[in-house]
Design a protein around this ligand. Sequence first.
Ligand code: PEP
Ligand code: MG
Length: 597
Amino acid sequence: MPRDRSHPRTHTYPPMASFTLHGIPVSRGIAIGRAHLLTPAALDVRHYLIAEENVEAEVQRLQQALAAVHRELQTLWNELPKDAPTELGAFIDVHALILSDPMISEAPLDIIRSRHYNAEWALLTQIDELSAQFDEIEDPYLRERKADIQQVAERVLKVLMGSEPLPTAITPAAGDEFQAQMIVVAHDISPADMLKFRDRSFIGFVTDVGGQNSHTAIVARSLDIPAAVGMSQASQLIKQDDWVIIDGDAGVVIVTPSALVLEQYRERQQAALRARKKLSKLKKTPAVTKDGTAITLLANIELPDDCPAALEAGASGVGLFRSEFLFMGRASDIPSEDEQFEQYRRAVAAMKGRIVTIRTLDIGADKPLDQSEHTALNPALGLRAIRYCLSEPQIFLTQLRAILRASAFGKVRILIPMLAHAFEIDQSLAMIEQAKAQLRELDIKYDPEVQVGAMIEIPAAALALPMFVKRMDFLSIGTNDLIQYTLAIDRVDYEVAHLYNPLHPAVLQLIAMTIAAGHKAGIDVGVCGEMAGDTKLTRLLLGMGLREFSMHPAQLLSVKQEILNSDLETVVPQTRKILRAMEPAAIAEAVQALQTM
Ligand code: PEP
Ligand code: MG
């Protein structure tokens, strides 16, 4: 039976030895809570908490699924062909027995009642616990029954996932102790899995693998909750229910902290809250430097649901809508034109007349369409983003029509990822024209003036800018990939994460060149990679001439504050010096000095 969590031990800390793990900070802030270990199987289902008044309905949903599987097994048994091997009948009997056992038919119901987990999550929690017990059994025959239990659970999950979930996901209330303090600990969480955590049942993430700018880290930041990745063996060393502190600014995780350490972190948490409150006063203040230069601050979003946060942060629009998040985990059922149109239109409507930059499908590498998909040897160098789209013209055309249709409802820009070759630009533009012609034929409205831009995220693009500015309406620098491809380090691989350096002189040169070339050609240039949201780099980017920053909404007000305190008269000459420097130590020192000017 699961442990009863209805009486959280908020102030009784386990007398276990405390230890600290060091990894990569990916999402700011401090989280203090109890570890919730998630196995890969558990990551396949959605996790949300059920409101008190709906707990019994959720219990019923699971009971109905169990009953449906019972009927399914019964039918299977009845329809067994006469000449079927006897093992088959016995096999169905074993599954029916497992299904009726209280460990499956009752324990998960208790978990829903005591922990308020949704039915799928409750069932998997119970299966994980049972699996761990089975692993310890010495008898190999009995140990193998674990597979049967898992198969039965899968049947129930299938029924559950096909049934309508209750629309009762809740955000834990501040005073709701046990629900408000779970920290996910897992070996890895894919960006698609992260989407399942959007209803905020958890307050922090710790993973063994991952890098600063992996898409998992980016989604953690977009959820605006503390996270640390690249923690090596965290999922082995941290035990279920251990008290854990995540220091998301330092990339440190403290396990079973002493009362004193805990107190210090609680104070830091409070101070951060106060600072955030102060920042919120800047929401309506125009982003203008001390010398009067206006800066555009845009938001990066993954789904239309992120738009309210963008508005709340005072964004002037969306600079990057990562449309692939609508597609992930749906390989066999990619969203139709109408479904996509509806999502793009929702984002456009939510932004109330502000610009919405929709990036076309950037699938591949660490964002596969389907987790089980065959992976290329070097996925980051493989059939990703525009390469994939040009190889799947029907998928691309469908998306383009959907985006164009949404452009009739507001200010939409189309952004194409990972371009490197002139023929890729030309083919993309030709397909946009084809999509427009198809809509015209059907008398469907779109904005004929819709702007089309290129992401500059491959060094070859940054070194061949005339090819781009001639054909494109605007440029957006994807520093995450630009760094990855310039320095030849996989942004997902934590073993080379220490080599991921935005201040490498080669990276700085490429960014500065792109901004200058765009402006010389009279087109807008923005940065939509993570560098745009890093306040330590705001002045450097301003000094390079950047006037458009796109970042996660949670970073926007801090960047605005930095802009308000910056004076281009001092920032520009210092940046010139930095761009001439080639020694990392000198660059780091000069960037530091820039912040205090
Ligand atoms: C980038 O590469 O900087 C970028 C913004 O795109 P993504 O992180 O989605 O690859
Ligand atoms: Mg990119």
